[in-house]
Design a protein around this ligand. Structure first.
Ligand code: ZN
Length: 81
């Protein structure tokens, strides 16, 4: 998917969600940039460009989610050596 596609998707999600983080429900400050995030990671079968699978996420939530996903991946790795 091109970065231009991501940009236009982000614009649509930002308008739909009113620039609000989908995890904590907080509205972004004027100078804050939320990241476009796949609610279900593509690596886990999530759709890359389905509006339903896209949300905006603030930096603190992004950190938490990234760590949780990394921990889940580690657990998976340990189960299958
Ligand atoms: Zn958040």
């Amino acid at each position: 998917m091109s970065s231009g596609t991501m940009r236009s998707l982000k614009k649509r999600v930002t308008a739909r969600d009113h620039n609000t983080c989908y995890m904590c429900g907080r509205e972004a400050d004027d100078d804050e940039v939320l990241d476009l995030e796949h609610k279900r990671p593509i690596s886990q079968g999530g759709s890359p460009d389905d509006m339903e699978n896209l949300g905006l996420i603030c930096q603190p939530c992004h950190d938490i989610k990234s760590k949780a996903e990394a921990a889940a991946a580690n657990r998976l790795r340990r189960r299958r050596p």
